[in-house]
Ligand binder design. Structure first.
Ligand code: AMP
Length: 435
């Protein structure tokens, strides 16, 4: 098989890494890829949002399978464009991707099919109406921009001032871009979050191993929201009873809802859950693998990933083929100084080879690129906010965390920062201490 992977972050490096381990795979291309992916796949500098350019590329390369990472390609219709040409692809259609691309579409879908989710208070496109609606609502209040906003479209506002500021930035100053022109107000749910991701061919589905990510920049879940500072997976996140509840009250009704609405869904369906006192409730759908959840999930994959994805594209997924290493895994994100605010790029990265000498560690690249050094050799430098994801599986969560932290200690670039407590609260609840 020759496979084209679309995207250029840590998730896509994880996809390339696992696909490359399949004996069926003879060639991997990636668009655009990054500094680390370039060592494992031939890269083409194409913007993942540019579906026409991706169609042109695939027309030349003729991949046996295309696997899509980022939501922008999906929302812009790569699934439809390839589907019309009968080119095998793992990607939901643009309509299906509205489950992520429009929070209001998604909320209406959940309401229509009686899926457990936060109660909707209203939707607004006029600032004056949105300000007026704040009267009488309980705090904290969740406000979501309808469209894609690069992870900046949701606020859990603790008071009126915060809500007012967000509404003003979205609806009056247009600071969130077109995705922020409509807002959804909803109830704040309390509990622990859990990422539950399915692989589906539209009819059959296979749940991937459960993960939890860490969105805040700083230890103890402090500081601003980020794209994700780390993730871990362990079966202990999902006791059998909880798993059954999620399958029965959320997954099955979601699959039926998709079918009832005539939405063909082929690919990864990410269900972000809040485990509330009254049961699991849906926070959001994403139409793709999460990042860095994908890194932690794929670290535990123990099956032929290329074969499973080809089966999905052909509409013949066999869920029992997806097998997982028992135990746990973790991915620790090493970020640029200042991220998620302003940060500099072009900082030289050292120590990734030493990190990979730590048993079981794989360094997955996100914001990196190769450049020519002064002495004529090539060197790896930072090119984004999230730079590397140090990833490992282990027999226990402690073992996986020990490996990723030992790996991280080998790596250096100016300004590098990372969280010290990935997976920490699980360890604390067992009486251990955070790594
Ligand atoms: P979303 O993009 O909808 O998942 O929102 C991003 C993050 O905001 C989630 O991972 C939650 O931490 C938080 N969030 C979203 N909706 C709610 C809600 N209704 N109640 C509490 N937190 C929420």
């Amino acid at each position: 098989m020759k496979i084209l992977v679309v995207g250029g972050g840590g998730r896509e490096h994880a996809l390339v890494w696992r696909l490359g381990q399949s004996s069926r795979v003879e060639k991997i291309w990636c668009a655009p890829g990054n500094g680390g992916i370039a060592a494992e796949a031939e890269c083409f500098p194409i913007d993942p949002g540019d579906v026409a350019a991706l169609v042109e590329l695939a027309g030349k390369l003729r991949p046996d399978l295309t696997v899509v990472g980022p939501e922008l390609s999906l929302v812009n219709g790569i699934g439809d464009a390839f589907g019309q040409r009968k080119w095998p692809i793992v990607a939901p259609t643009a309509q299906a991707a509205q489950l992520e691309g429009s929070k209001i579409f998604s909320k209406e879908f959940m309401e229509r099919h009686n899926l457990p989710t936060a109660r909707r208070y209203g939707t607004y496109d006029q600032a004056s109406n949105a300000y007026a609606a704040l009267e009488g609502l309980p705090w904290p209040l969740v406000i979501k921009a309808d469209g894609l906003c690069a992870g900046k479209g949701v606020i859990v506002a603790k008071d009126r001032a915060e809500a007012h500021d967000f509404i003003e930035r979205a609806l009056e100053k247009n600071e969130l871009g077109p995705g922020g022109r409509r807002l959804l107000f909803e109830e704040t749910l309390q509990g622990e979050e859990l990422s539950f991701i399915l692989l589906t061919d539209g009819q059959r589905y296979a749940p991937l191993v459960p993960t939890r990510d860490h969105k805040r920049a700083l230890d103890g879940n402090q500081g601003p929201n980020t794209g994700g500072m780390g993730a871990y997976s362990t079966d202990e996140l999902l006791p059998v009873e909880l798993r059954d509840t999620i399958i029965n009250t959320i997954v099955e009704p979601t699959m039926h809802g998709l079918a009832a609405d005539g939405i063909r869904y082929q690919g990864f369906l990410y269900i972000g859950l809040m485990l509330t006192d009254s049961g699991p409730k849906i926070l959001e759908f994403n139409c793709r693998l999460g990042d860095p959840e994908a890194q932690a999930i794929l670290a535990r994959a123990d099956f032929d990933f290329a074969e499973a994805l080809a089966d999905v594209a052909a509409g013949r997924l066999e869920p029992r083929k997806l097998k997982w290493q028992t135990g746990a895994s973790a991915c620790l994100v090493l970020a640029s100084g200042g991220y998620p605010g302003k940060f500099a790029t072009g900082k030289r990265i050292e120590g990734t080879a030493a990190a990979e000498r730590v048993s079981g560690v794989k360094v997955l690249h996100a914001g990196t690129r190769q450049q020519l050094a002064a002495n004529g050799s090539s060197e790896m430098v930072t090119s984004g906010g999230r730079v590397l994801g140090v990833t490992a599986a282990g027999r226990t969560l402690n073992a996986a965390l020990s490996s990723v932290y030992a790996g991280a200690e080998q790596i250096h670039f100016a300004g590098m920062h990372y969280r010290k407590d990935i997976g920490g609260h699980v360890m604390a609840s067992r009486g251990g201490t955070a790594a």
